[in-house]
Design a protein around this ligand. Structure first.
Ligand SMILES: [Zn+2]
Length: 99
């Protein structure tokens, strides 16, 4: 039991910091900008700046999932920190509103 729990943690926290922690660090350091003309965010990452679009969520970095650039952009404009639970809520919402 304890071994399985440790493995789950290792897979989600491949680096020392989680995606949310990295995103928060980017925002705290002021390393994110919104280009209103293009509608894109510029996130100064650890290696080089990345261009992030939120609608739809797009990032040009090599990470296929759990990209902290997109997470930082979401957090900077007050979108949910937990996209998974938010997604579930959105799926249930239309049914409850229909009568
Ligand atoms: Zn990215």
């Amino acid at each position: 039991m304890t071994v399985e729990a440790t493995n789950v943690l290792d897979s989600t926290e491949s680096a020392a910091l989680t995606v949310n922690e990295r995103a928060a660090a980017v925002i705290n350091a002021g390393k994110i900008d919104l280009n209103c003309k293009l509608g894109v965010f510029t996130v100064i990452g650890t290696s080089e700046p990345q261009v992030v679009r939120l609608f739809p969520e797009t990032c040009l970095c090599s990470a296929q999932s759990a990209c902290y650039h997109v997470t930082a952009a979401c957090m900077s404009v007050g979108l949910a920190d937990e996209p998974q639970s938010r997604r579930i809520n959105l799926m249930h919402l239309p049914r409850q509103q229909r009568k």
